[in-house]
Design a protein. Sequence first.
Length: 269
Amino acid sequence: MNRAALLVLLLPVGAVAISNNNAIDISATPQLVEVVPLPCFPSGKLSLGMTNTGRNPTVADMRVSADSALTLSRHQFSSYLPVGQLVTAPLEITVPRGTTPATHTVDLSVGREHLKVPVAIKPVPQRDDALLGEQAVASSTNGDMRLCGGVDGNSDSAQWGASGWHDATKGVFPDTYGVDFLQATTIGRVVLQTLDSARYPAAVMGIRDFDIQVRTGATWTTVGEVRGNVLGKVTVTFEPRAVDAVQLVSRDSNDHGYSRIVELEAYGS
Ligand SMILES: [Ca+2]
């Protein structure tokens, strides 16, 4: 083979290597993801990463795929990549209620680079709190907040931004927040945890006036009324009964602005 032929063979190989982003490292944290088949249960969170290990900045496209059992919040992660710097993006993985426990895989690829991340579908855990992880229903949800934030099992006001809920109708009441059960569930105690932190005390920012209502068939019944609350945690008890839904009706907050819930819980007794 003469030198000209050798160059013709080598040059395209080099070009292909660059266009396939062979200098991109793929990473994912954690390395094993667990998913609970409940609509508002916090699980299935993965941080996708790309690191440019080449010599020049570039733009890279990560393909994100999985088998049909898994629902992915994104199928692509595209980013400008400076040299030597980890760039990340969140991926949320959910599965429908009733999905059989098993291990699946999320496939990440950039050019010829691949990474497979195992995803373990877990059984639904035993829950004393009948609202935990169930699909929340609200009159409105502020754009900065998550509808699931009030039933995700996290009642830490310090993590308000990631794990709280408030409505989208500032200064307008009532607001409602609750859960529709899939089947009648016995409830006799509801616990409200409203925003209560050193910076934002309940007496300043929390829910002040509220009713607890339960629904049987199409009929809502008020089982508790609280007025003038200044506490972060309020428990409302009533005679246990089988109900189809539970909701909090917020009638005012201490700042007369938003209805803020860090966690709403409901128990049989
Ligand atoms: Ca929460």
